[in-house]
Design a protein around this ligand. Structure first.
Ligand SMILES: *Cc1c(COP(=O)(O)O)cnc(C)c1O
Length: 459
């Protein structure tokens, strides 16, 4: 291993970030307010961000980066979009929160519902986690059943019942993946592998009439990008229908990302409940869940399933959502975004093929992921080799040194925004190609064997 790779000091100056991080550690556990930000899976001190504009970020030391993290997905229009900024500023002149209904909630709901054939009613909350937590309660209340089936490698926020990972065996009750989650909660959660129809069928045999819902990220994008075959998603739809179980698509990432109607629209599969977050709030904290009017009729005050929020439907957040979604509805928005992402990714793939590097780039819409493997398709969490994250660590450092910012974990996907012009993408591409050259030269010289952490998911 070269000296440089072991060195935690990057080439770019992070002096101010390091200072801020030292101070932050005196205030927050691990110095951060969400774990992956602490740079535990990569080299060096976390960057503290000063500002963002379009595709660019500036850290506290004034280094400029092309940003592919995009706040973990919400910023599909890039940083500081003028229409969002103007709308938010305008709405803020009238106050920030009322705890009473406003016309802005109607406006955002109408934008969504009149352009989405998969849901009839919606409820706004303040985060993706809250949306998922509420959707699970709704499914349990509606079906009067308790068990939930989830997939290993899908992340659904820090909901107790879903901080559960597979034990050994085809169909397992989960083991909690966080301290503080009662075992009794994990006992209500069945965990199976993605892309495994047999395991799903077995779960339905074993727990006949007990499963309230299957929850899945239809585009699993929190543990690499584990693209599923449409037949598998259709299989889930069918087995749910046969068993009186609700199918929940957790579209917190894929919603308004792979298309305006998310993965449901992309695959033309109608789930029973859909959760949204990230893009829906234009960079402010908004989540939502939606379903048919009949299912949503179970939510309080119409029905017996309780769910509430002091800041739910917050006018400033609604304003940001309205401004962002209005842009997404413009003709050809997704065609253009997805096309330029495909060109960017295909150019990188061509380079990789020319050099015979053992790395894949997976892509759907404006989401991409680098997997350091020879394997052509990765559909299950256990197909990712944790050791391959060694290469990502080095790539991450090389990218930062070349002015490209990606999420600080090899399990995280990249996002392209509308402001990533072909020229910006070309520049980023060159940095990526150069970084790949460094990574493979370095690993060829001395295969590395450091301990790499498993995905700790939580952004
Ligand atoms: C980000 C995410 C969540 C959690 O959303 P938060 O706003 O971070 O609480 C849930 N599900 C999926 C699929 C996500 O990507």
């Amino acid at each position: 291993m070269s000296e440089k790779n072991q060195d935690t000091k990057p080439d770019i100056s992070r002096a101010k970030s390091a200072e801020l991080y030292a101070k932050a550690k005196t205030f927050f556990p691990g110095g951060v307010n969400s774990p992956v930000r602490a740079f535990k899976s990569v080299y060096g001190t976390p960057l503290f961000i000063q500002k963002g504009d379009g595709p660019y970020l500036w850290d506290a030391d004034n280094n400029q980066f092309i940003d592919f993290c995009c706040s973990w997905g919400p910023l599909i229009l890039g940083h500081n979009h003028p229409h969002i900024r103007e709308k938010v500023t305008e709405v803020m002149q009238n106050g920030m929160s009322f705890g009473a209904p406003t016309a802005l909630e109607n406006e955002l709901a109408e934008l969504i519902l009149s352009n989405n054939p998969f849901i009839e009613k919606i409820r706004f909350v303040s985060s993706g986690t809250e949306a998922v937590m509420s959707a699970i309660r709704l499914a349990r209340g509606y079906t009067k059943r308790d068990k939930i089936l989830k997939f290993e490698g899908c992340y659904h926020g820090h909901v107790d019942a879903l901080l559960v990972k597979a034990g050994s065996g085809l169909v397992t009750f989960g083991e909690t993946s966080s301290a503080g989650v009662p075992k009794a909660f994990a006992d209500e959660t069945i965990v199976v592998s993605l892309n495994d129809k047999e395991a799903v069928a077995k779960a339905f045999e074993e727990f006949k009439d007990q499963i309230a819902a299957i929850i899945i990220e239809p585009v699993p994008a929190n543990n690499g990008l584990l693209l599923q075959q449409p037949e598998f998603l259709q299989y889930l739809r069918d087995i749910c229908t046969e068993n009186g179980t609700l199918l929940i698509f957790d579209e917190v990432i894929s919603g308004f990302r792979v298309s305006f109607t998310g993965a449901a629209g992309h695959y033309q599969i109608k789930p029973d409940i859909i959760t949204y977050g990230k893009i829906i709030g234009g960079g402010l904290p908004v989540g939502a869940y939606g379903a048919s009017a009949e299912i949503m009729g179970n939510i309080s005050p119409e029905g017996p399933v309780y769910q509430a929020g002091t800041l739910s439907g917050n006018p400033v957040a609604m304003a940001a959502g309205i401004a962002q979604l209005s842009e997404l509805l413009k003709p050809d928005f997704y065609t253009e975004l997805n096309q330029k992402t495909a060109t960017f990714v295909n150019d990188i793939k061509q380079f990789i093929a020319d050099r015979s590097y053992p790395v894949q780039v997976f892509q759907i819409g404006s989401i991409f992921w680098f997997a350091f493997t020879e394997q052509q398709a990765i559909r299950r969490a256990d197909e990712i080799d944790p050791q391959s994250m060694d290469k990502f660590k080095l790539m991450h450092q090389e990218l930062l040194n070349r002015g490209v910012y990606v999420g600080p974990s090899g399990y995280e996907v990249g996002f392209v925004s509308a402001t990533h012009t072909p020229a910006v993408l070309d520049k980023a591409k060159q940095a990526i190609l150069d970084s790949l050259d460094v990574v493979f030269a370095s690993f060829k010289a001395t295969p590395q064997n450091s301990v790499v952490p498993e995905n700790d998911f939580r952004e």
